[in-house]
Design a protein around this ligand. Structure first.
Ligand SMILES: Nc1nc2c(c(=O)[nH]1)N[C@H]1C(S)=C(S)[C@@H](COP(=O)(O)OP(=O)(O)OC[C@H]3O[C@@H](n4cnc5c(=O)[nH]c(N)nc54)[C@H](O)[C@@H]3O)O[C@H]1N2
Ligand SMILES: Nc1nc2c(c(=O)[nH]1)N[C@H]1C(S)=C(S)[C@@H](COP(=O)(O)OP(=O)(O)OC[C@H]3O[C@@H](n4cnc5c(=O)[nH]c(N)nc54)[C@H](O)[C@@H]3O)O[C@H]1N2
Ligand code: SF4
Ligand SMILES: [Mo]
Length: 742
């Protein structure tokens, strides 16, 4: 095919999921001509999925907001940035002054993890606000894993990932990387890597209530009862001790609590656990032997294991199994990446540290403990609804759509209507932002620079990559970090009209003085003339583990070098990091955290609980990204994706057939759903994806509204949580199903 003349080629890291693929984007003038995987990318090597291609649709979407909106008499009106900030000042500041910091809540959504503008600058706003009421998608997702990692290794983001290229056995529990493209495991082209591993004799076992795409591409699928993971994991660990298979190897001298762990799992033989997880005792024992007997192996668990009542126990037990088998921190096992920038586990004194603490504050209404600086998303509605000292009266959402993504969205939606003021930083007028009084839009991803702060800490291979804007941003539209700095200035009583560069300079100078002491001025000079996120990236890279230390480490890297490598820098395969990575006070890996041991007492009662007739789980789709990509033509086309999967035998028993409508209900809500038969489903288990329900009045999503789907989260309770991490229970929900009009 001939390329248009004048077209130019740009490198851009995709911000749409954790795989962080490098893309090659061809443009002509202001038009996108093509989007492909960047073959030369040091990390993703040409991989792309349909969502990456849809960045063109996102950039061009007429519904995407490009101007602030202010709601007057219930109707949104376009406004200038100045007017919008004035409105925020007029409405938000009196609430803050009269009712105090806790009266203003913040809700941070998934895209914030992919945008340095939001991730690096939100903490400034949060500090200036000083509210305990900070909520995020983390408690709808991975908080259990962050908590167990913090407890065991001393930092919230010390999370091991499978070293697939060198592995001979991978056991996947509650994850579907063929579709999700990996999570807490940045692994572009999982499919290709898994195929290569199996071609050289490796094996993959998938444990999931549904025979997923990942299970179809594996050697074996073991169906598990939703919520049954804790029983399986206890059964496995019991077996490892019982059959004398415990061989932690090199890690032995770095472990604390091995004896306590052995005692803790003694009451849980697989024979007792089989009914709870639906996997026979014999298969559990064999799986334990396979894991222990394969030198290069790992057990990887993801969102299916986190979004449960025992999310933290699952996350802890998964790592404990890897450790006692000698697979943690070992080649081909579960290894810790070493990010070039922003990783707390590369900062401070190696080998020990302060560890983590939780519960420094509690939520006002249900007394849920703070975890990693935030409260459970499930508490947001009650904090708005319940009158009294400390009641939430204003909310700031940042790239967050909890009306669709959080449990009991309809209740949250009503609560949002009762707020005195709501501000949304978002790129759409959608199910959540329609409740706002002011909406401030962010840039199109193609107008923004990109550096991943979080995902190199979770990557299959170490690397550093940067991409600049593909298009110039509109002249008068601020970048989101600038918007956040103005808000920060405003709530801290400074002049928000001041030059935003000067606000940034002052805050960075403070940071650098704290960090570099007497060398601060020299460091600041070395960082000049960069400002904004680029300055933060340069600072983090140069003071990071591969950095030039501002000249102290010749050959070390800086942002200049990363930018000069158009496809990124490869920093090599994962290397063992224990004990250097540990930040626990003991300097050991804590195998038996007291809070986990204490929560075991709830396992026995759960084991005795009867299974519901139908148990509901979720799923993801390649052409969908949580709640907000259903407005993009490329992704929206094709078959209806919001269907209820059911095993054919279950459907037959209820006289339901392919394509028929049914009523899915429980005490809280009832939904009308379209039936899709699937022999991949475990009998008794139903699957409905999340992020749908685009039929709410007042949203501006013309394509999504055509095929709205149903909001599964209407059936989920805001109070069902893992008590340790505050994470929501999103899977294994008891529901009933009946033919429509029956
Ligand atoms: N295409 C696409 N990609 C995405 C997203 C998207 O919406 N669409 N979302 C992104 C986000 S925000 C995240 S967090 C990641 C998540 O990435 P993954 O963790 O890979 O998420 P899922 O694909 O939902 O896979 C979870 C699996 O857990 C299974 N499961 C449900 N309940 C249980 C249970 O009780 N036990 C076990 N063992 N398994 C269970 C489900 O059947 C499902 O197959 O994906 C990201 N990538
Ligand atoms: N039942 C059930 N519920 C779930 C899940 C599940 O598996 N089952 N998964 C959970 C998980 S893992 C997650 S992460 C959450 C995700 O839920 P949320 O955190 O709410 O994230 P999204 O649904 O991705 O919505 C993102 C919002 O950000 C906006 N946005 C997109 N890009 C930008 C940008 O560049 N700037 C700004 N300012 N805004 C932007 C979008 O318009 C949208 O409003 O959902 C959770 N909910
Ligand atoms: S897998 Fe798709 S959505 Fe995820 S980063 Fe790659 S191209 Fe983007
Ligand atoms: Mo997520």
């Amino acid at each position: 095919m001939s390329e248009p003349v004048n077209s130019s080629s740009h490198y851009r890291i995709c911000p749409l999921c954790e795989a962080c693929c490098g893309l090659e984007i061809r443009t002509e003038g202001t038009r996108v001509i093509s989007i492909r995987g960047a073959e030369a990318d040091a990390f993703s090597q040409g991989y792309i999925c349909p969502k990456g291609v849809s960045l063109k649709d996102l950039h061009e979407d007429p519904d995407r907001l490009r101007q602030p909106l202010i709601k007057r008499d219930g109707v949104f009106q376009p406004a200038s940035w100045e007017q919008a900030f004035e409105e925020i000042e007029r409405r938000l500041l009196p609430i803050l002054h009269q009712h105090g910091p806790d009266s203003v809540a913040a809700s941070l959504g998934n895209p914030a993890a992919h945008k340095i503008s939001l991730l690096a600058y939100f903490p400034r706003l949060a500090r200036a606000l000083g509210s305990r009421n900070v909520f995020s998608a983390s408690t709808l997702d991975q908080m259990p894993k962050q908590l167990s990692s913090g407890l065991m290794y001393g930092h919230w983001l010390s999370i091991p990932v499978p070293d697939l290229p060198r592995s001979d056995l991978l056991v996947i529990l509650g994850a579907n990387p063929m579709v999700s493209n990996g999570s807490l495991w940045t692994v572009p082209d999982y499919r290709g890597k898994a195929r290569a591993m199996r071609e050289r004799g490796g094996r993959i076992i998938v444990i999931d209530p549904r025979k997923t795409e990942t299970a179809h591409a594996a050697d074996e699928h073991l169906p598990i009862r939703p919520g049954g993971d804790v029983f399986l994991l206890l059964g496995l660990l019991h077996t490892l001790f019982d059959e004398a298979l415990v061989r932690p190897g090199r890690l032995a001298e770095h472990l604390a609590g091995l004896d306590e762990l052995r005692e803790a799992v003694r009451p849980y033989p697989p024979e007792r656990m089989a009914a709870g997880c639906g996997i026979s005792a014999e298969r559990q024992r064999r799986l334990a032997r396979e894991l222990a007997g394969t030198p290069r192996a790992s057990l990887y668990g993801r969102i299916g294991t986190c979004t449960q009542r025992f999310g933290t126990l699952n996350s802890w037990l998964i790592d404990a199994i890897n450790i006692v088998c000698g697979h943690l921190d070992a080649e081909g096992g579960a290894m810790f990446p070493k990010a070039a920038a922003f990783a707390a586990n590369t900062q401070g004194k190696p080998g020990s540290g302060k560890g983590i603490s939780t519960g420094r504050r509690h939520s006002r209404v249900s007394q849920a403990p703070e975890v990693f600086g935030e409260l459970p998303m499930g508490c947001l509605a009650e904090e708005i609804e319940t009158p009294g000292e400390g009641q939430v009266r204003a909310l700031i959402t940042l790239a967050s759509n909890p009306v669709l993504s959080a449990p009991d969205g309809p209740r949250l939606s009503r609560a949002l209507d009762s707020l005195d003021f709501m501000l949304s930083l978002d790129i759409y007028l959608n199910e959540t932002t329609r409740h706002a009084d002011v909406i401030l839009p962010g840039l199109s991803p193609l107008e923004d620079l990109h550096y991943d702060m979080a995902f190199p800490q979770l990557s299959w291979r170490n690397h550093a990559r940067f991409s600049g804007p593909v298009f110039k941003k509109p002249e008068d539209q601020p970048e989101e970090w600038q918007t956040l700095l103005r808000l920060t200035a405003m709530v801290s009583g400074q002049d928000w009209r001041a030059d935003v560069g000067a606000i940034d300079d002052a805050m960075v100078a403070d940071d650098v003085r704290r960090l570099a002491g007497e060398h601060a001025e020299a460091v600041l000079r070395a960082l000049a003339p960069r400002r904004g996120p680029e300055r933060l990236i340069d600072l983090a890279l140069r003071s990071g583990p591969y950095g030039d230390r501002f000249g102290l480490k010749p050959g070390g890297i800086s942002l200049d070098q990363v930018q000069a490598a158009p496809s990124g820098l490869d920093l090599g395969e994962l290397q063992p990091r224990v004990p250097e990575l540990l930040r626990t006070p003991s300097g050991k890996i804590e195998l038996a955290p007291p809070s986990c041991l204490a929560d075991l007492s709830a396992v026995d009662a759960a084991l005795a609980a009867p299974a519901p007739r139908f148990s509901l789980i979720g799923r993801r789709d390649v052409r969908s990204g949580n709640s907000w990509m259903h407005n993009l033509p490329l992704l929206a086309k094709g078959p209806n994706r919001c269907t209820l999967l059911i095993h054919p035998d279950d459907a037959a028993a209820l006289s339901l057939s392919e394509g028929s409508q049914a009523r899915l209900h429980n005490d809280q809500a009832a939904l009308t759903v379209t039936i899709a038969l699937s022999a991949d489903m475990m009998p008794g288990v139903l699957s409905l994806p999340h992020g749908w329900g685009h039929d709410l009045e007042g949203a501006l999503l013309s394509i999504a509204a055509d095929r709205p789907g149903a909001n599964v989260n209407a059936l989920l309770s805001a109070t069902a949580r893992d008590p340790l991490s505050g994470n929501a229970v999103l899977n294994g929900i008891a529901v009933q199903l009946s033919p429509l009009n029956a």
